[in-house]
Design a binder for this molecule. Structure first.
Ligand code: GLP
Length: 251
């Protein structure tokens, strides 16, 4: 794993956006996996800026969002689908038919998850998967626990995760769905390259448990240690619990 710590959150967001743009330059028809969240907003606003100045071109790309709340209708303003349109898709040249989402309102969840897996596979798999991380080291909505699911599935959300998402629901924890659909960890590990971005002190413990303690289902992000091409992009507060010796050991 490559780990880089930048002076500010903005620089970290820029580095992540650069990784996306480099991927699109190398392969304009890239398949991207995309997250939501506060960290992603900063990366997306940088991508919008790069698109506006003619540096980024999404016209041939396809995107798959990593997760979606269960039980919300597709048009609901609280969906991650709506989040993506607001923060990125309405502001770049990604064709509508190239934006792929899980449908959290699907009546047949198993079928919906299988459809999503097949859709990723039929496009040749993800070339680049961009991820954030939860304060409990979740990725997508793969929460810490005694076991993890390999494939796209419905996950029960931890209270901490629901609390972290409450701002999307006007601060009302009771309005945050109790479950969500998410790519599984094996789905994620099949991406050819992974970029994980984390900023702020609130992520420091999660980053340390991801990188320094071996692999554990209690820290789902630690499973990324199994992947051969992961770029971890941090700001200094998110890196503060990593020992300096750990950076020195990086190739
Ligand atoms: C949510 C999303 C994750 C995201 C995480 C971090 O729970 N399901 O995909 O990585 O939040 O979000 P933030 O960047 O807002 O801390």
């Amino acid at each position: 794993m490559k780990v880089r710590a930048f002076g500010t959150a903005k620089e970290a967001a820029r580095a992540a956006a650069d990784a996306v743009v480099t991927q699109l330059e190398r392969k304009p028809a890239s398949v991207l996996g995309l997250p939501t969240g506060r960290t992603a907003i900063a990366v997306y606003s940088e991508l919008v800026r790069l698109y506006r100045i003619g540096v980024a071109d999404f016209s041939r790309a396809h995107t798959f969002n990593v997760d979606e709340f269960s039980g919300l209708a597709q048009g609901d303003v609280h969906t991650y689908r709506a989040f993506m349109h607001k923060h990125l898709f309405n502001r770049i040249n990604l064709p509508e038919a190239h934006r792929h989402f899980l449908d959290g309102s699907a009546a047949d969840v198993v079928r919906e998850c299988e459809r999503f897996e097949r859709a990723i596979a039929s496009r040749g798999g993800m070339d680049l998967l961009l991820l954030g991380i939860g304060t409990n080291a979740h990725i997508g909505f793969n929460e810490p626990g005694p076991r993890l699911h390999a494939r796209t599935h419905r996950a029960r959300l931890a209270v901490d995760t629901r609390r972290a998402n409450a701002s999307l629901f006007g601060g009302r924890l009771d309005k945050v769905p109790r479950s969500a659909l998410t790519m599984g960890v094996a789905t994620m590990l099949e991406a050819k390259a992974i970029v994980l971005v984390a900023t702020g002190r609130s992520k420091a413990v999660a980053i340390a448990s991801m990188l320094t303690r071996g692999i554990s289902t209690r820290a789902p992000a630690s499973l990324l240690q199994l992947h051969q091409d992961v770029d971890v992009i941090l700001d200094l507060p998110a890196a503060e619990k990593l020992p300096q010796s750990w950076f020195d050991a990086q190739p």
